[in-house]
Design a protein around this ligand. Sequence first.
Ligand code: F0G
Length: 353
Amino acid sequence: AHLWRGVIEEYREWLPVTTQTPVITLGEGGTPLVHSSWLSGIVRGDVWIKVEGNNPTGSFKDRGMTTAVSVAVGEGAKAVVCASTGNTSASMTAYAATAGLTPIVLVPHGKIAAGKMAQAVMHGAEVIQVRGGFDECLQLSRALADKYPVALVNSVNPVRLQGQKTAAFEIVDALDATPDLHVLPVGNAGNISAYWLGYREYADAGLATRTPQMWGFQAQGADPIVQGAPIAHPETIATAIRIGNPASWHLATAARDESGGRIGSVSDEQILQAQRDLASHDGVFVEPASAAGVAGLLAAASAGEVEPGQTIAVTVTGHGLKDIDTALSGAGALVDAIIEADVDAAAEAAGLL
Ligand code: F0G
């Protein structure tokens, strides 16, 4: 039997750790790569969904948090801080808890999904709600880490991207090939940069014959890279990617340009439709932001911009249970049969009669 040991032990030689680094892990990584017959049919290719919601705290952030928190502990940190739209804070607080660190979390007031808030609270964080968006929270957390003895674990910490790049390794390892195209959501722009790093390292080491095109999708209203300028007041229902001035902007555009890819945007309606369709066709329930890549791929396919016959990897970044309020408000009309406990009434309500 092979027990998955978490991304540090599985990919140790690729990561900035030494034998002295304590390994703080919750067994992250090793997530499913699910074949989507639905999307494969639409694009007339082979589409694989990398289900990152299956990580221990329900998002891809755990890959970078195991490395960032391990390195921080190795350097003697006693407290860690991050700005977050919810998933980074959920992840950081879990890893801080197991490492015995004090977690400090800065989030936009009233703009993070309830499940993510519950995670930070349960893991024992000091949750500070800031009147402002993610971009202001990130400035604050940088300033705190400059002035006080707390380690910053946002993705401006390069060790985060190092951990996150392991998802690209897993995809190449699982497919025994590099996809033609890799599609994913873009918020603070760390993850697209991390995947590109991972794909390039495997190719440089001769473990892959090539690199994929990187296709990233922002939410309209929070799409500064598409607009070519920061957005002061970003708005989207996909709160995880409600970001107006991504920290890894230039790494992301480099990934786009070096790979011959693109960064586009999709509307909230396209995101919610893709979220519902992915859940009902493929059995994969993701949070709204996570569906931005799927929505972008669908939009490109209907515009005739996806060549047939390709192998395509699509990362869905976070679990649907993170944000059930948005899911239920979209599906409210479907949950409307209330009956007495009677078999015929149930049959009628179920449309079997
Ligand atoms: N999808 C989800 C579910 C996210 O939580 C995030 C980012 C992204 C996509 C975008 O990834 O920032 O690397 O481009 N969430 C951060 C957070 C900002 O604080 O949890 P990115």
